[in-house]
Design a protein around this ligand. Sequence first.
Ligand SMILES: [Zn+2]
Length: 79
Amino acid sequence: MSKGNKSKIDNLGRVVIPKSIRKALGIEQNDEISMYVEDNKLIISKGFKSCSLCGNTEVNYQLNDKLLCKSCVEGIKGL
Ligand SMILES: [Zn+2]
């Protein structure tokens, strides 16, 4: 993975995803991407990340290939 890409954030908070990265991830115009913070880093991924149980977009846990939010995990713990 290339680490040499630099972008500046404009006054509206927008950033351009370099073409080489879009190409590598198969991201095209009008594709939906999701952004989240993990280990103090901004992660941008293709598609939408949401809890497998309730659809909450604030995902805190991953179990195998399932993503889970905090409230569902708390709920499971209480079973
Ligand atoms: Zn959930």
